[in-house]
Design a protein around this ligand. Sequence first.
Ligand SMILES: Cc1ncc(COP(=O)(O)O)c(C=O)c1O
Length: 472
Amino acid sequence: MEIGQFNKWAHWAADWASRFMTSVRDLPVRAQTPPGDIARRIPDRPPEDAESMDAIIDDFQRIVMPGMTHWQHPRFFAYFPANASPPSVIAEYLTATLAAQCMLWQTSPAATELETKMMDWLRQAIALPGDFQGVIQDSASGATLCAVLTMRERALNWQGNTQGLSGQPAVRIYCSQHVHTSVDKAVWIAGIGQDNLVRIETDETMAMRPEALKHAIEADKAAGHLPAGVVASVGGTSVGGSDNLRAVCEVAREYGVYVHVDAAWAGSAMICPELRPMIDGAELADSFVFNPHKWLLTNFDCSAHFVRNPEELVRTLAIKPEFLKTYGTGGEINYSEWSVPLGRRFRALKLWFVLRAYGLEQLRGIIRNHIAWAEGLAQDIATHPDFELTTKPVLSLFSFRYCPKGVDDLDELNLGLVNAINDDGRIYLTQTRHDGQMVIRFQVGQTHTTQEDVTFAWKVIQEIAGELGRQS
Ligand SMILES: Cc1ncc(COP(=O)(O)O)c(C=O)c1O
């Protein structure tokens, strides 16, 4: 494409984006296309000759758009949110245009230095102590992998990367059943193995029992294993299960065991001082991750990973062949030494735009509204005779079940309800299994959701549940 043509299409894209932002609420939330429908419409072979932008854009609208599930729809109540916002989108556009590879300080000093500043702004925003330093990772999964690798290396006296794990005592990691599967994946990738991920019993609040953690560490030491780290949950994915960080960290400290806190979703809410009791004790942890790309209006990908001791992370991950060495400078940060991939996008720019365009007080207001609306809906559901609240709201996430009298298989009914709701398209919900039962999750967190959207969702749920109930 000629540069002159670029201007025309960039304007088209900007117009399209602003039309999309104002009209997305009229589209079905979950894509309504059957499997294979999109692929069937894409040629099997790449074109030999250039095609016109008119044709490409036309296909984007005709083929791609119907196959999109709209995470930016105000009635997206499924999974966790994946926020975006106008200033963040604009920053992403600039980042894409600069297309810089920000692996080392010298490959874009502005990207590195803005990242350092933005991570410190976020650290202050959630009131982590000043001895934590941050790095932007691609995902919470990536941050947790870095943490698990650091746990492994520290426990093996920094010999794992060189000698491998064979012949070493078993490296043991501890967590509750409420952590995200990214923890399981991290222990697989780190070569630690699923069998060495020890699930600690939880109490009625879904928190790890500290005495059970202590007991597991003692038993492992006695068996000749190496207790290496704990991954604590704050706002677990299924129903928001959270650990008591202070209690977990106190046990871990007694045994010199590393603690990583996964607050991927809930962490953004910690910009509200009144919610911070949820992370009481985080100042004792070794690392902490949360995703501004979930609930802080910042486009995917942007995961804020804080570490108390960057030297340990760098010792675990830095590798410096001659072609990556930078001579003549000193003391600068090379963030590729803080993460698994070498290549890095300029992600700090969108955070800078978002934090300045909204300010913390407006961001707090948005999160507080989400929580208040979720609590209001949870109360309505709890008092309806045909529904039950299965877990109380944790911030803006709760779960419920449709349980009209006289139905034998409530799991099948509730799964059927989720599917019928998503086929209908006006709202989007997902299910989970809790205490052996199929339950429906509801979270409020999309940037432009209003109270009316939440009220509307409850109407749709009752309407579709009523139709299903009559059929069963
Ligand atoms: C608690 C928790 N941790 C980790 C993740 C993984 O996040 P990411 O997609 O950034 O890897 C999720 C995703 O929903 C999550 O809910």
